[in-house]
Design a protein. Sequence first.
Length: 131
Amino acid sequence: MFKTPTLRDHHLKVSKHGDAMVVRFAECHILDEFAVNVFDAELSGVADRDDIHRLILDFSGVNRLSSLMIHKIVMLSREMASKGGELVLCGLGPELQRLCSDAMFDQVLPIRGNVLDALEANPYRIAMRSP
């Protein structure tokens, strides 16, 4: 039987590491409203899990984000903070680093160089503040 591919099948790679969940994006541009909404639904499902206290978003394969995706990341960070958890961004290329700096994400979200740095970092080193 033929199965229609979904974004989850091809664009999100999820792996659990203790109380942390690492999500890797296979898309290089997250600009389309449909894609952002699918990613948001999947990420919220992961964030809602009781056994996940750190959600690490690996953007190493991503070059561009839409403003809607930025908004979804802010909302996801609030969702994680409300349950006493943490959202961590990592693997940001130069353009996304500049975007995060301009949006002041670096002041409200932990940002690490790569997944290993994010996993090894003290998971609750900063108090989450409302962006």
